[in-house]
Design a protein around this ligand. Structure first.
Ligand code: SF4
Length: 391
């Protein structure tokens, strides 16, 4: 590999004995090149469960070390899960299933929930039994041919960040191209789309590539190692040119001086590069994080402004802006996006039905543009030629 290694690639790799012979392990290790490799007899997080990280004190130091340490191991147990929000009774569910090809993300955003979610096992992980994952997806989706499965790989990992080491998208995208009742969402903050462009004849309209976006000042200040905003949008335009539909996630929306102009400018940039008809969905969510994460955030990102501003603790132990501020952010973005195109599928992440009504003026179930996103069961008409799914 001739190009310089990205700064976020791991400094050391642990491999469990049972994963040593797997093709993914061999591929990753050969592409990483000169890197320290250690073999573990059985699965354990190198930072918190082996001698390697035992001298470290404090969650922040352990998380820092975890960001530079990769574990290649096999995943045991189920692969397809419902997005956790689907089980929370008072939240509107966006019907997303998740599959995690690994855990942890080498990029480093100050507000990232993984800093609390992966507190006990902070090392980066890639699961090497990829064929088991592909089989589980194919079986799960084929078992219910009349249901549309929207499956995302970007819940505990950036969907594309490891592609130069793993080629994972080159296995996932053609698989979904063959599954008539499933959509793959690849969610990223990178601009690593060369391999997706090469798959232009294989995605068959069943992969949506999506970007987490934020105001430019937020991306520059709070999102270490990610692609600059303009590069993310340019990558989206390349994917559209290769026939993909794309998605955007404004999450977390953040309150800072001048946020209206800053977020409005991002919307302008999107629509200068991407036609509304190629946008599968746009989600909106406001800042939220576990209270226990505040300390880690402050230690790891002393310059961050995310934990500033008026925030309150909810019954779920998460910090959020107060309700009027949350609604101001959501309503501004909703109106701004709908001004570009009234039929744009915009939805809110982790919000209850009262917020939906307050922001959109209607219930989520009454919004015809959201059928593909909100539908849970039901009849599916495959209109792959247009890249459109209907219930
Ligand atoms: S890109 Fe996403 S998963 Fe990775 S550090 Fe940032 S918020 Fe976390």
């Amino acid at each position: 590999m001739s190009a310089a290694k990205p700064s976020y690639w791991p400094e050391r790799v642990f491999v469990t004995q049972d994963a040593l012979e797997d093709a993914l392990s061999e591929r990753v290790l050969s592409r990483l090149g000169d890197v320290e490799v250690k073999v573990l007899d059985s699965r354990a997080d190198p930072v918190t469960e082996t001698k390697f990280g035992s001298a470290l004190e404090g969650d922040a130091a352990r998380f820092d070390l975890g960001k530079r340490t990769l574990l290649l191991t096999r995943h045991e147990g189920g692969w397809m899960e419902r997005c956790p929000a689907g089980g929370s009774g008072n939240l509107v569910c966006c019907n997303l299933w998740t599959v995690n090809p690994g855990e942890g993300c080498p990029l480093d955003c100050s507000y990232c929930y993984l800093q609390s979610y992966l507190k006990r096992n902070p090392s980066l992980k890639l699961f090497t039994n990829v064929s088991d994952m592909l089989t589980a997806i194919e079986r799960g989706v084929s078992a219910e041919p009349s249901r549309l499965f929207r499956i995302g790989t970007g819940e505990t990992i950036d969907s594309l960040v490891w592609d130069p080491l793993t080629d994972l998208s080159s296995e996932l995208v053609p698989l979904f191209g063959r599954l008539p009742n499933a959509l793959l969402e690849l969610k990223t903050k990178t601009a690593l789309v060369d391999q997706l462009v090469d798959l232009r004849h294989e995605h068959k309209g069943r992969t949506v590539v999506s970007w987490s976006l934020n105001a430019r000042a937020v991306t520059e200040r709070e999102e270490l190692w990610t692609a600059p905003l303009a590069q993310r949008i340019a990558a989206a335009a390349r994917c559209v040119e290769a026939g993909y539909r794309v998605g955007f996630h404004f999450d977390p929306l953040i309150d800072f001086s001048g946020w209206q102009e800053a977020y409005s400018a991002v919307v302008d940039q999107i629509f200068e590069a991407v036609p509304a008809s190629s946008i599968a969905w746009i989600s909106l969510g406001t800042l939220r994080y576990k209270r226990e994460m505040q300390q880690v955030m402050r230690e790891r990102f002393p310059e961050s402004q995310v934990s500033l501003g008026e925030q309150q603790l909810g019954t779920d132990n998460k910090m959020r802006y107060c309700q009027p501020m949350r609604l101001r952010l959501l309503r501004f973005m909703w109106d701004r996006l709908k001004k570009e195109s009234r039929d744009l599928p915009v939805y809110m992440c982790m919000e209850g039905s009262s917020s939906w009504r307050a922001v959109s003026g209607t219930a989520s179930s009454e919004d015809g543009s959201l059928v593909e996103i909100i539908s849970r069961k039901g009849r599916l008409e495959d209109q792959a030629a247009e890249g459109v799914f209907l219930q």
